[in-house]
Design a protein around this ligand. Structure first.
Ligand code: SAM
Length: 360
């Protein structure tokens, strides 16, 4: 159980801004919050029906962090250096009243008086109805997950017969509502949807949308991950470059996880996120809050720190700030960098939390 002193002596900070640093000098900048563990999709590599079936015990409502609790955590995190909050899940648009949470977060300010960037990752299924209200509540932008344009394949991946046309309509609705630039994230799994890489690139080239290819990762333990299923980003770039010549673009934001590539003919850009073949732990500035309020300092962690117990145990903001400072200050994780040195047996023996619980 987490304990907190009522001061955070010992926490290292950037002298200029007071931003909290971990043991590897990485600032806490980006906070990802899972607002529900439920999803209306059953993507076979993320929430397979065999595990997340009818009898699966999702968290009770009172186990979830309330909007007030999330707002408090974000206020304190902003004081520690967080500049961007991403709402995720499960499917964040299933959380009732999500617009209320967004408007609370949009009202928060950094110590310099600036608003936070509020982003959301969604499967896009509810965007046609919700894009305008999300924008009105203060959402900055959305990222939509989309693994295929082929309706049959898309439905076999989401495993709930959800048609791709409705996600595409949701992407347009988000753009029209001003939630852009909308990013499209495609997780590539060899033998499943790697035949769709060029199709996706062609579809989103010369549009306002930025397509990003994500290497399939060994998160959680329900997806039976193996290295052979990963399509390295270098191969993806090679395949696209052979048809639409590309050139590398420079990073614009520190800690940016996607490597950006531009079409040489001016048709926009794509990104690749290589968490398996080119780990970016060295610049990882992300903290994650699980649906029930545990703070995780790595996507591949097996244990989180129970902030909800603190909040519900009557801790004030100073104590909450001290707890977050001591957790981040002790952070030393770099799982993706050491993954390659683990044998498959060691990797399998290591317990990891599910993506739907910690948030993607
Ligand atoms: N429901 C929302 C959505 O679909 O975007 C947010 C949560 S979902 C867990 C976030 C992202 O994680 C999705 O893009 C999903 O494809 C991705 N994801 C899930 N399992 C993954 C894995 N093993 N490797 C890489 N990405 C994964």
């Amino acid at each position: 159980m987490l304990t907190a002193d009522d001061h955070d002596s010992g926490a290292r900070r950037l002298p200029s801004t007071g931003t909290l640093l971990d043991r590897r000098e990485r600032p806490m900048r980006d906070l990802r919050i899972s607002v529900t563990d439920r999803c209306n999709f059953r993507c076979v590599y993320c929430m397979p029906k065999s595990v997340f079936g009818r009898d699966y015990a999702f968290l009770d409502r009172n186990e979830l962090l309330s909007f007030e609790e999330i707002e408090r955590i974000c206020r304190v995190a902003a004081d520690h250096g967080v500049r961007k909050v991403r709402l995720t899940g499960g499917e964040p648009l299933l959380r009732r009243g999500i617009e209320d949470l967004i408007s609370r977060l949009a009202a928060l300010r950094t110590p310099e008086g600036a608003p936070l960037e509020i982003a959301l990752t969604t499967n896009g299924s509810a965007l046609t109805t919700k894009a305008a209200s999300l924008k009105a509540a203060g959402l900055t932008r959305v990222t939509v997950s989309l693994d295929s344009l082929d309706d049959e394949l898309f439905q076999s991946i989401n495993d709930v017969r959800f048609p791709v046309s409705r996600v595409l309509a949701g992407i347009d609705a988000a753009h029209d509502a001003g939630l852009g630039p909308v990013k499209i994230n495609m997780v590539v799994k060899r033998g499943v949807n790697d035949g769709e890489i060029l199709e996706m690139a062609t579809h989103f080239k010369d549009t306002p949308f930025t397509l990003r290819f994500i290497e399939y990762m060994d998160v959680g333990t329900t997806n039976g991950w193996s290295l052979e299923e990963v399509v390295p980003s270098a191969e993806i770039i090679e395949r696209i470059d052979a048809v639409f010549p590309l050139e590398q673009a420079t990073a614009t934001v520190p800690g940016e996880v996607a490597k950006r590539w531009r079409y040489r003919d001016g048709g926009g850009e794509i990104g690749v996120i290589s968490s398996v073949t080119n780990a970016f732990c060295g610049t990882c500035n992300r903290a994650r809050i699980s649906t029930e309020g545990k703070l995780f300092t790595c996507l591949f962690a097996d244990e989180g720190h129970d902030l909800r117990a603190l909040l519900r145990g009557g801790a004030d903001d100073v104590q909450l700030a001290a707890a977050m400072a001591s957790i981040w200050g002790a952070r030393d994780d770099r799982y993706s960098e050491i993954r390659a040195s683990l044998t498959p047996e060691l990797r399998a023996a290591r317990s990891r939390i599910e993506m739907s619980y910690i948030g993607g």
